[in-house]
Ligand binder design. Structure first.
Ligand code: PRT
Ligand code: ZN
Length: 310
């Protein structure tokens, strides 16, 4: 029985569970598990190390290679998945070409940042896109690269590599490479320079094109998504408390970044002043605090927000 089939069988054996495909072991794994934990998800690991069983919600995790995630989700073997946009786009291009449905983007998750770039040997840099004509480009992302070359009308040869793409020019297999870059250290170590960014990427939560048949599962998916939105918002939000002269309230409120209507409370023994509490949905920088002080605010406190349900 094929791998996807064996998972699909598990699904029909447990139709009342939500399945989320995540990377088994790689750059996205720790952040994904940490994010799910912040959403209140607790699990025990299966003996085969392929599945994590949810203990406090009917949600299981399938631990797979990241390359398999778009297809597992597109085929509704899994309801949700977490995968880099680079892998998602590459696989979705292929699925679309085969006339199959794609995995759909739900939320960007703000980790796993990188870019898919063209890089050339340092001693033979590329001047402009026209230089691509007649060149051989090594990559593990042939679909994205093909689309890009078509868009700019360049006639280059794509050489598919499944790993260690950065070695291709030195091995004489290609003139350029098209690969993921984050710090740029790998390019540097291999005598390559980044010449053009094709796409920026981060981890995304994706979903299947069909809805889960079980209403309780659909409910849990909605709850998880709400919690996820709460977690993401909390990361940027601050709770701010300050004292303000009544006369300067309007000016001070206008200085609060991304806040909803603040709570105003009276202060004992100070008729002309009030206490102001507000949730700011953007980071509060030192400059903001200095401007608040200039406007007359005092006793300014900025606190982190732990949980938030939008
Ligand atoms: O085993 P499996 O197939 O699941 O894992 P994998 O080896 O294919 O993927 P993995 O774990 O390396 O990366 C998973 C995802 O992390 C990628 O699909 C990207 O979305 C994201 N990501 C973020 C990166 C990088 N940064 C990254 N730097 N993926 C790969 N790299 C590699 C890149 O290919 C190159 O070899 O790191 C090297 C460059 O890094 P710098 O820092 O030297 O520029
Ligand atoms: Zn992979």
């Amino acid at each position: 029985m094929s791998y996807a089939n064996s998972i699909a069988t598990r699904r029909s054996a447990a139709p009342d569970r939500v399945r989320i495909a995540i990377q088994k072991s790689g750059r996205l794994t720790d952040n994904t598990l940490a994010l799910l934990a912040r959403c209140g998800y607790r699990y025990s690991r299966g003996r085969d190390d392929l599945v994590c069983f949810g203990e406090n919600m009917p949600v299981d995790l399938l631990l797979v290679r990241d390359d398999d995630i778009p297809e597992l989700v597109a085929e509704s073997v899994c309801d949700l998945g977490v995968v880099g946009q680079n892998v998602l786009q590459e696989k979705n291009h292929r699925l679309a070409r085969d006339g199959k449905p794609s995995a759909l983007e739900l939320r960007s998750l703000r980790y796993g940042h990188c870019r898919l770039s063209l890089a050339a040997p340092r001693d033979e840099p590329l001047d402009c896109a026209n230089d691509l004509n007649g060149k051989r480009i090594a990559t593990s992302y042939p679909e994205i690269l093909r689309q890009y070359l078509t868009d700019i009308g360049a006639d280059a040869k794509i050489v598919e590599f499944s790993g260690a793409v950065e070695l291709a020019p030195r091995l004489g297999r290609a003139d350029l490479i098209c690969d993921l870059v984050s710090s740029g250290g790998t390019l540097l170590a291999n005598g390559l320079v980044e010449v053009l960014c094709l796409m920026k990427s981060e981890a995304w939560l994706v979903r299947a094109p069909t809805n889960h048949a079980d209403p309780t599962c659909r409910d849990w998916m909605t709850r998880l998504l709400q919690r996820l939105d709460g977690v993401m918002q909390v990361d940027e939000s601050k709770y701010i408390m300050l004292h303000a002269p009544r006369a300067a309230l309007e000016e001070i409120t206008a200085l609060l970044p991304g806040s909803e209507t603040p709570t105003i409370l009276p202060l004992s023994h100070a008729e002309d002043k009030v206490a102001l509490h507000a949730v700011c949905r953007e980071n509060v920088f030192w400059e903001t605090l200095e401007n608040l002080k200039k406007a007359g605010a005092s006793s300014i406190l900025v606190l982190p927000v732990e949980k938030m349900l939008p």
